[in-house]
Write a protein that binds this ligand. Structure first.
Ligand code: PLP
Length: 349
């Protein structure tokens, strides 16, 4: 589509560019989009098969009620404090629709999830960026920022760093607007901001089934917040934003806690091994609280990434400051790590 067809407000628009998704089964070692290296619970596959029946002619529950209730049970919350979306990304978009529009500012630390920038353009809001001095330090300027909507990705992407809980609490307490804490990776971290839900009505936590439940392909996320915030998100969502198969998958996934725990434990163990191996190869490695490792190779990152790609290994890298020179590697299986490390030894030799 020629750019000129876009509305005037989107002149020069740079869309969000997702990580490369090569065709399934083409032999790639795919460590570029933070998917789970392990499959979802077998109970999820069963539930999806069971849901794939004649009832697909009917619309799903507009509130994704079974999923909402299952998530609420899991967190010991009333269902009125939960909404479900088509991935965490949809919930981010709903925050814009509900809380920040044309002429508003939307605040977030940088570097962070690059989706916020194009969403600001689409909603004609102004980004209010707060650069981090140190990847693990929440900028003190974020709290006093008067924006009606703030995002804190914690643990952050692409750095993998976890911001200090007291600093997050202070930023929330200083904010008059809504603070969306994007906890897409929190299951791999030592702590979450769940306790803030009890003390601060302006907090919404965004979660996803894409990472620690191994369900990136299903597109399910959920938000936890005060009934008022949840009602606001529900008010602006599309009518049937979560399909029948996704609702069934979400219920089965959240109810199979043992599988979830095993998946998280294996990723955390593999993460430690990967970080140590990269350090031994001369990478500078950021302490990760996620399912990926952010690291600076001892050679120009662009060269390393290209050489890996030639060997059918995909990792993510960035062409913008202050993270030029860094790569983000999703934690994989031990076999995937072996392939990556062998290739890196060749590339760095
Ligand atoms: C920081 C962050 N937030 C949210 C998401 C959304 O994930 P999904 O839309 O798959 O739930 C991602 C995905 O990579 C992410 O990195």
């Amino acid at each position: 589509m020629p750019k000129s067809i876009l509305r005037r407000g989107l002149e020069g628009f740079h869309p969000y560019v997702p990580g490369e998704q090569p065709p399934d089964g083409a032999g790639w070692v795919k460590l570029n989009t933070n998917e789970s290296p392990l499959p979802p619970s077998p109970r999820v596959i069963e539930a999806i098969k069971h849901a794939a029946d004649d009832s697909l002619r009917l619309y799903p529950s507009p509130t994704a009620q079974p999923a909402r209730e299952a998530v609420a049970r899991r967190f010991g919350l009333e269902p009125s404090r939960v909404t479900v979306g088509n991935g965490g990304d949809e919930l981010i978009e709903l925050c814009f629709r509900a809380f920040a529009g044309a002429g508003d500012t939307v605040a977030f630390p940088t570097p962070t999830y690059p989706l916020f920038e194009p969403l600001c353009r689409i909603h004609e809001a102004e980004p209010s960026r707060h650069p981090t001095e140190d990847f693990a330090e929440l900028p003190p300027s974020l709290g006093p920022d008067p924006s009606p909507l703030k995002f804190i990705v914690n643990p952050n992407s692409p750095t993998g760093a976890l911001f200090d809980a007291h600093h997050v609490r202070a930023a929330v307490a200083a904010s008059s607007g809504v603070v969306a804490i994007d906890e897409a990776y929190v299951d791999f971290a030592p702590r979450s901001a769940l306790d803030l839900l009890e003390t601060h009505g302006n907090v919404v936590l965004l979660r996803t089934f894409s990472k620690s439940y191994g369900l990136a392909g299903m597109r399910i996320g959920f938000a936890l917040g005060s009934p008022d915030l949840i009602e606001a998100l529900d008010a602006v969502k599309d009518s049937y934003n979560v399909d029948r198969l996704a609702i069934a998958a979400a219920v089965a996934a959240i109810e199979d806690e043992a599988h979830h725990r095993r998946l998280v434990e294996e990723v955390v163990r593999n993460r430690g091994e990967l970080a140590r191996a990269l350090e031994e190869l001369g990478f500078e490695v950021v302490d990760s609280a996620t399912n990926f490792v952010f690291a600076r190779p001892p050679r120009p990152a662009a060269e390393v990434v290209t050489a890996l790609r030639e060997r059918k290994i995909l990792v993510r890298h960035y062409d913008r400051e202050p993270i030029v020179g860094w790569i983000r590697v999703t934690v994989g299986t031990r076999e995937q790590h072996a392939a990556l490390l062998d290739a890196l030894k060749e590339v760095l030799a």
